[in-house]
Design a protein. Structure first.
Length: 403
């Protein structure tokens, strides 16, 4: 018996799941954090977005191994090479769970803010906050266990990581996290709770392969606000993969159903397509409801037996656009601050000369409105001062920007 291809495009919009109130994520499918009012744009390592390291189950799989083999194009020769990816968890700890994977995304977020340092310092409370977990003993135990699983993880790969210096793929075995240490508050320090105010002395060290990939820029923007709002682990896994495809410029994407599920989502092989669809359909509904996808269609594959999944991405603002807007705004704010600093350092006589130059081109009566800082005249006055500073003192402005 075989399943008939379901060619109906899915437009169904489902309501987002309820926000997480419990401290225990281990047995429920719920959003990891409350939906944020502002986007949290972090980064995702490209290989981790396409090669899974964690189970889709909340129960750690002791003794289980993830082993994937995939064909890919060599960036220089364009020949097909075989990439292999094997993930082994600690003997007793097992493979990471979706909760552990969420912790990893937060660690990447913190590392980006720290300038991609090899050794990253943090407070446990800050990590708990970013994950949206309650400030209690259970959350700290869960964080400790997540870091233990991530540190014990061993990944062996061939033709996956690209070495820029030698322009070649590397075969390597590595840990994502080499080591970590939790440090509690100093004795005698006044605290509001037993957990909230540990000093930023806890730290972790990235594995060298992972850290070098960060430094080589093998990254893409990732909307943490969106990914943490999804209810299902399979939705979060599928979103990371499809978001990479979308980020690379595709508006429509198709992939074999079996290939997607087995090689990219780490779903166990199934005899019937309906088994895969039953897992994917709830994830599709979440991605459609979020506006990330406009449509999903199952169609017969033309080049091989079986079916393919066809995705049409939504018209919502992409993560790339959000990241570019944020970067542009940060540059603009930095430039304003630098100009204001240079302006403040100029002699009074020089400032008066620039003011006279600006006022000479103004219409009568405009100067009287400068007393109101929110007026159009006041804002235009500040803009013209910054333009003059950039024009006359470019070296000083550049020095301020480099601070």
């Amino acid at each position: 018996m075989t399943d008939k291809p379901n060619t109906q495009t899915r437009y169904k919009k489902s309501a987002p799941g309820a926000a997480l109130n419990s401290s225990d994520h281990s047995g429920t499918d719920a959003p990891l954090v409350e939906p944020a009012h502002e986007e949290r744009i972090s980064r995702d390592e490209r290989n981790l977005a396409t090669y899974p390291i964690a189970l889709l189950s909340y129960q750690a799989g002791a003794g289980k191994v993830i082993h994937l083999t995939r064909e890919r194009k060599h960036p220089l020769t364009k020949k097909t090479v075989q990439a292999t990816w094997q993930v082994e968890g600690g003997a007793q700890l097992g493979l990471p769970t979706p909760v552990d994977e969420a912790v990893l995304l937060v660690l990447i977020e913190i590392s980006r803010e720290a300038g991609w340092a090899l050794d990253v310092y943090f407070t446990r409370y800050n990590v708990i906050q970013r994950l949206g977990w309650p400030d209690n003993q259970e959350s700290y135990k869960k964080l400790f266990l997540a870091l233990r699983r991530l540190q014990a993880l061993t990944i062996t790969s061939e033709n996956v990581f690209w070495d820029k210096s030698s322009s070649a793929f590397v075969s390597t075995a590595f840990h994502i996290i080499e080591s970590f240490e939790f440090v509690k508050s100093r004795a005698g320090r006044k605290q509001k709770s037993n957990y909230q105010h540990d000093l930023p002395l806890s730290h972790f060290t990235w594995g060298k392969v992972m850290w070098q990939s960060f430094k080589d820029g093998n990254l893409k923007p990732l909307n943490l606000s969106l990914i943490f709002s999804f209810r299902l682990p399979v939705t979060r896994r599928l979103y990371r993969f499809l978001d990479l495809v979308k980020y690379d410029g595709k508006r429509r994407y198709e992939i074999g159903l079996n290939k997607l599920c087995e090689e990219y989502l780490n779903i166990a092989p199934a005899k019937y397509p309906s088994v895969y669809k039953n897992t994917l359909n709830p994830a599709h509904e979440e991605l459609l409801a979020a506006g990330f996808l406009q449509a999903v269609d199952y169609q017969p594959a033309r080049t091989h037996a079986g079916e393919k999944v066809v995705y049409v991405f939504g018209d919502i603002q992409t993560v790339r656009e959000l990241a570019e807007q944020q970067a542009a705004q940060q540059e603009e704010d930095a430039l304003k601050t630098a100009c204001d600093e240079v302006w403040g350092s100029l002699p009074e006589e020089t400032r008066q000369m620039i003011e006279q130059e600006i006022m000479a081109g103004w219409m009568p009566g405009m100067a009287e409105r400068l007393g109101d800082p929110d007026s159009i005249a006041a804002r235009e006055h500040q803009r013209l001062i910054r333009v003059a500073v950039q024009r006359d003192y470019p070296t000083e402005v550049e020095q301020c920007l480099k601070k």
